[in-house]
Ligand binder design. Structure first.
Ligand SMILES: [Ca+2]
Ligand SMILES: [Ca+2]
Ligand SMILES: [Ca+2]
Length: 366
């Protein structure tokens, strides 16, 4: 398993990690999956390969954590990771990476979740996934009851949001005060923003509150309620910031154009991590397998560095599509967890890698 590491990186390996925070690594793996410049971290564990073999299948994760353990299919767990196999459906993984549940729901592409929606008087975790299954194009919705502890408790289908978009692609939830917003991004950059509610009988209801066009193929989506920002990735253009307020229409700012050493096409997944008073936007620079990070709690997003996921206890990460991050205690991850899709798993088909947020903070000197 030969690889080349630059002199700077070799010095870094010999020194204490903390002293290396300003030295980027020019890391190259063998064959496919060359990684560009970034500060090195390693994943601590990985999920099994997704069930669809030989295809681009694993796509996008979403993380849930609970202060008190929840029950999924009879297993008590401090949280879970939902991950799509875009050719087959939705996996629910434990925070140890093991499969807890699989929902054979078809062509689900991006997944996200939001807490606190009350359905029939019970607070639920709401999951949503962009659905490209012919005949049900839109957003498929799922519920999880965090307070139920019977052995059959699990993520369960709830209904769907239908739309006129031919190929639903990106997806994220957003909170705006008491309201839950769902933002769907079509393959050609068509954005549809909905407010999702539960009606008196406990069934889902949605109404479209905004629509606009990004301009070309787009996918990544992440919302920051505190700054009323909606970040959207246009794959060959860069990362846009829109206002989360539907009345803002299509007004936008390009916070990061495609640029060598920063963001290399395709610009893929976007996610936000809250760490105390700081909030970070993390992107996937798929073209050079790096992860740029911006601090976004100020007036303008401020770029703070890039990391790469190199070989360690599990294999390196390349070509990431979707990713998700959650700050604060996430089971065995005391300050937060970042989960990324890996395009080339060393053994088997594509999967998801788990990274301890503390390792990223240390690498970036945050
Ligand atoms: Ca996601
Ligand atoms: Ca890999
Ligand atoms: Ca592996």
């Amino acid at each position: 398993m030969s690889r080349t590491i630059s002199l700077a990186a070799s010095v870094c390996v010999l020194a204490l990690l903390g002293a290396c925070a300003t030295h980027e690594v020019d890391y190259q793996g063998e064959g496919e999956g060359v990684i560009g410049q970034g500060l090195p971290v390693q994943a601590v564990l990985e999920t099994p390969s997704v069930g669809t073999a030989g295809q681009d299948a694993a796509d996008d994760p979403a993380i849930f954590a609970s202060a008190t353990p929840v029950t999924v299919m009879g297993v008590r767990t401090p949280g879970f990771v939902a991950g799509t196999d875009k050719k087959a459906g939705l996996y629910i993984y434990g925070l140890d990476g093991k499969v807890l549940q699989f929902l054979p729901e078809g062509l689900l592409n991006n997944v996200d979740l939001v807490e606190g929606l009350s359905v029939a008087g019970r607070p639920q975790v709401l999951l949503g996934a962009s659905d490209r299954t012919p005949g049900r194009e839109g957003v498929s919705l799922y519920l999880f009851d965090p307070a139920a502890d019977d052995a059959a408790n699990a993520v369960r289908p709830w209904g769907r949001i239908t739309s006129d978009v031919v190929e639903p692609y990106g997806f994220c939830f957003a909170r705006r005060g008491p309201d839950v917003h769902a933002v769907m991004v079509g393959h050609e950059g068509e954005v549809r923003q909905f407010v999702v509610t539960a009606d008196a009988s406990g069934q889902p209801a949605s109404r479209e509150v905004r629509r606009f066009e990004i301009g070309s193929i787009s996918e990544g989506c992440a919302a920051d309620e505190a700054t009323s920002a909606l970040y959207l990735g246009e794959e060959n253009v860069g990362v846009w910031r829109y206002d989360l307020d539907p009345s803002a229409g299509a007004r936008r700012t390009l916070i990061q154009p495609i640029a060598p050493g920063r963001l290399v096409a395709d610009a893929e997944g976007l996610t936000i991590l809250e760490d105390g008073s700081a909030r970070y936007l993390i992107g996937s620079s798929q073209g050079d397998s790096t992860f740029p990070v911006w601090r976004i709690d100020g007036a303008q997003p401020a770029y703070v560095g890039r990391f790469v996921v190199t070989d360690g206890a599990v294999d390196k990460v390349t070509g990431t599509d979707g990713l998700d991050a959650l700050g604060g205690p996430v089971g065995p991850f005391p300050q937060g967890l970042v989960v990324v899709q890996d395009d080339i798993n060393d053994v088997g088909t594509q999967n998801f890698k788990y990274i301890d947020w503390r390792d990223i903070k240390r690498a970036l000197g945050l």
